[in-house]
Ligand binder design. Sequence first.
Ligand code: ADP
Ligand code: AMP
Length: 217
Amino acid sequence: MVVILLGPPGVGKGTQALQLAESLYCAHVSTGDLLRAARRDRTQLGARAQSFMDAGELVPDKLILDLVSEHLGAIDSHKHVLFDGFPRTTEQAVGLRTVLKDADRSVDMVVLFEAPNETLVKRLSGRRSCPDCGSVYNTHYGPPDLQGTCDRCGGGLVHREDDKSETVQRRLQVYQEQTAPLISFYEGGKAPLARVQADRDVEEVYADFQAAVEVHT
Ligand code: ADP
Ligand code: AMP
């Protein structure tokens, strides 16, 4: 099964994907995480992506599709795949179909997470991430036991540069302009799309997410 988690930055896609990945044999593919890893490892891709990410713009489609295609090749073909933050443009969605077809797969469903902008801004302002293990916390909703330190691995937590307020506004605009058109792309018959109201507690959102995915497993 291949599931796309669609929705604006800060809506909780990563949080929900990590929960589902605990109960299902699946690979969680976050292009944002892959790009941040490339930057940390100082690869050529990381260097090329840096200025786009810092400005809150999308990294060019070709770079993203090459990255996903390479990463997908390394995933066990029996695993379910959860795409988080990908695709983000119609061109990526079309490219994904080709990449999946080569692997004898297709998109089984899209889950669209929705929340008002004020919720997204508050969540992003409070998000604290662990660069070492990928755990995510929130100063408003789910702080770590010890401020600034990851409960899971003891790493130092960071407030992502692109989660600061000026960049957040641009990222929300980019979502509306370049990513939201994917809703009608998929609703137009490319794959079933389920909407989940994400402006609720993590557990309530998860119950709806899990129910939507179960229909297709
Ligand atoms: P995305 O992957 O969509 O950008 P995240 O999963 O990283 O979003 O969540 C953004 C921030 O909001 C994180 O700090 C996370 O801990 C927090 N968060 C996620 N889901 C909820 C929720 N249902 N209620 C409150 N805070 C949440
Ligand atoms: P995220 O962690 O999903 O919020 O992504 C952080 C940043 O990485 C985005 O603001 C983009 O600059 C870049 N990025 C992540 N995924 C993609 C994608 N599928 N297409 C283009 N840029 C991406």
